[in-house]
Design a protein around this ligand. Sequence first.
Ligand code: CTP
Ligand code: MG
Length: 408
Amino acid sequence: MVTLLPVPDIAIIVVAAGSGTRLDAGAPKALVGIDAHSILRHALDGVFAAAPAQVIVVAPAGYEGDALAELEAAAGDRRDLGRVVTGGATRQQSVAAGLAALWGDVTTVLVHDAARALTPPTQIDAVAQAVVPGEGVIPVLPVVDTLKKVADGAVVSAVDRSELAAAQTPQGFPRAELEAAYEAAMADGIEYTDDAALFAAAGNRVRHIDGSARAFKITTPGDLERARHLLDASTPAARPASIEPAGIPRVGIGTDVHAFGGDGNLWLAGLEWPGEQPLSGHSDGDAVAHAIVDALLGAAGLGDIGEHFGTSHPEYSGAHADVFLARTRELLAESGFAIGNVSVQLQGNRPRFSPRRQEAEAVLSEILGAPVSVTATTTDGLGFPGRGEGIAVTAIAAVVVADVPRSM
Ligand code: CTP
Ligand code: MG
């Protein structure tokens, strides 16, 4: 069956057209490498890990092809969401070029600096969700340093930092008001320090939400070092290749519980069970599949099901086991892991599992490309599975390092 994905009503304009004079790395800043990947690629990885949105990359003139390659690498199977446009001489002109490429269905626009390469996807989602008609939203951090007003080498006065905040991106706005504000600013020839200032100058309100330290802007060589450090610090924790003897598997555990509820047929262990009461949940409620996903992600140190498939990923609502498990297998492969085997046990009174055990094991093993065994038990009438209120599942998985990870 071909599923037509909904056209998003959010767009993210990623401005990457600056030259990076302060970084002074011999190339436009966005194309400078942090590790094996450029600043732009890291920024786009964050953008594509957030809820689906139209993604407009504003590239330096003459570097559109490089920007497109980064976009394609980050977008994966959502290449349909992205396009590249050419930037202008100032950041404001670059944003205007991005605005000209918005799809008709877009009602909320986020403007994001590529230079904030490590911005958490949760910050992008939080800004998008906080935008309401007539009001813009920016992420901010409290100012921690003591501030002084200075002139000609002298301290003129103190500044009350409790009244101040440091602005980050993405900054989110209702589309119509942002477009009108940009038209006015461009007509007046005024350059504003950021999109929120431009938006406010047109008489609109801007609210703030909490930003995060990881969303800092890479401006100087010291900032680039900080970004490298942060990536180095996170990667070996997930993949301690240097202390991981070759051939010894890593194991992970996953559990899931779903209550019976809702309409339709039960989906469990990758199979549809006609006539059985369904389990309720964000997806199809297949607790066996969900426990397996957590076991596999846990074994590989790749986070958990909420991070990769949770409610901030509406594209997975209603998805069945094949979608979750195939994507999980892909995530592991991308990080150099092969699946050894998976063992699952479910506790519940219904459905009677043994008549379809082999069928379920065959389906799950086929999707994961590794043996999956499923056992089932009742709980002697005890607890919620015993009372027939729901199902509890435990899975363990073994994974092995298949490839030498790319050095960071
Ligand atoms: N930007 C842009 N078009 C411009 C100038 C800036 O798209 N004409 C983008 C940058 O690529 C960056 C963001 O706006 O992602 C924030 O700008 P900044 O950090 O100042 O980057 P640069 O202008 O490239 O750096 P510098 O000011 O040091 O030259
Ligand atoms: Mg600049």
